[in-house]
Design a protein around this ligand. Structure first.
Ligand code: CA
Length: 406
């Protein structure tokens, strides 16, 4: 091995995720994460080892690299895996090709033109239905027939590490008909994963579940911040708006679909039977361990949730098939959120709304405080990794601090 990769690193030789980084002396460029280092792809390109225009690595986002197509991006990942494992390869004795992750700043990996958020965890949808509607009929009649989703806002998607301000907005006090304006009192996280499309379609085209994987470049962790009190007042009848678009964070490294291939697992049985265009063959769920921690200001982080991406009722192939079935076109770099990923157990719920059950079961923090929702000064961190047969492929983390309202 050309460099030491710490045991249990998310960024093992089996991963090779792509991202955009900068250093104190140089502007953003493309790299891959390896252990606690970044392999600078612009520096590798200078060795004249790639047979495509490597100007794509000098760009501030990966869209142009991704647009080269999977034949090329897969080969780049394979070559890097091969070179890193061969002590006599072109990467040998060239420490200048590597940058310590601790010396680099990470940036948005892609330009996100469009962003859609699904609502595909049956446990999450059931919990929300129980709290806000009818415990006996928690799921709405369409839920098991349609991968329900809405169009979100791409402009406020930011990369891990960037602090956000508590949003202000209209809320409705209990037993009042008159709304008030002020900082949200119910800021929440949503534990999600997002996939990034790697291939365009034309208006009118559809993508089948069988072809969907050709259109998915890779995945990131996704924290879809939500203001529950604003949401409660505004969402009728057209759905989420300002409660959702004040910020969403993504993890900086895009883990490719190829790296996640060994971790495919069957999804939950879908009953009643779905319409033909939503049927699929093979395993389309992924066994990815997920966790969320909260660190109050000046205090240590405390894990509040353990979940798993494999719980998703609707898989990514079905989401993309549904999204395009009407001819809606997709572009490279578009982001698709899974929806909050909750499991069956109470400690596997992917939002404070569910973990503290609308504030009725506050979480006890190690510093003696309680949490119903996220407080100013709290840092929320999500991590995710897949592991099987000694192979670990992880996402690192998506983390952000909530500052007081501006
Ligand atoms: Ca969401």
């Amino acid at each position: 091995m050309i460099i030491d990769i710490p045991e249990n690193s998310d960024f093992s030789i089996h991963n090779i995720p792509f991202g955009i980084f900068s250093t104190a002396d140089r502007s953003p460029r493309a790299g891959v994460a390896v252990g606690d280092q970044i392999l600078d792809l612009t520096a590798v390109a200078e060795l004249d080892v790639f047979d495509f225009n490597t100007a794509v690595f000098e760009k501030e986002v990966l869209n142009d690299f991704i647009s080269l197509g999977k034949d090329i991006t897969k080969q780049v990942r394979k070559n890097i895996q091969y070179w890193l494992q061969d002590d006599n390869s072109i990467l040998a004795d060239k420490p200048e090709l590597f940058v310590k992750q601790s010396d680099a700043q990470m940036h948005m990996p892609v330009y996100v033109g469009d962003y859609t958020d699904f609502y595909s965890s049956i446990e999450h949808a059931t919990n929300v239905g129980k709290m806000f509607r009818d415990p006996e009929n928690a799921l709405l009649p369409n839920w098991k027939h349609i991968p329900v989703g809405y169009h979100g806002r791409a402009s406020s998607i930011v990369v891990s590490g960037q602090p956000i301000h508590r949003p202000k907005g209209q809320t409705i006090p209990n037993d009042s008909k008159q709304p008030i304006f002020g900082p949200s009192q119910r800021v929440d996280f949503e534990l999600e994963m997002g996939f990034i499309t790697g291939k365009n379609t034309h208006l009118g085209d559809t993508v089948s579940t069988a072809d969907a994987e050709d259109y998915i470049f890779g995945l990131v962790l996704f924290n879809d911040w939500s203001a529950r009190d604003i949401q409660k007042w505004e969402y009728v009848p057209l759905g989420p708006f300002l409660a959702k678009n004040f910020a969403s964070h993504i993890s900086p490294w895009i883990v490719t679909l190829e790296a996640l291939e060994p971790f495919k697992v069957p999804g939950p049985k879908q009953e009643p039977e779905v319409l033909p265009y939503l049927k699929y063959n093979g395993d389309k769920n992924y066994d990815i361990n997920l966790e969320v921690s909260i660190a109050p200001e000046g205090s240590e982080a405390q894990t509040v949730c353990h979940s798993n991406f494999k719980y998703m009722y609707w898989n990514m192939a079905q989401q993309l098939a549904h999204h395009t079935v009407n001819g809606c076109n997709i572009n490279i770099g578009d982001l698709y959120g899974s929806g909050t990923i909750s499991g069956k157990d109470e400690d596997s719920y992917g939002s404070m709304l569910e973990l503290a059950w609308m504030g009725t079961k506050p979480l006890k923090m190690k510093d003696g405080s309680e949490r119903k929702f996220i407080l100013d000064g709290d840092t929320v961190t999500m991590r995710g990794y897949a592991e099987k047969d000694g192979k670990r492929v992880g996402f690192g983390e998506v983390t952000a601090k909530v500052l007081p309202a501006k």
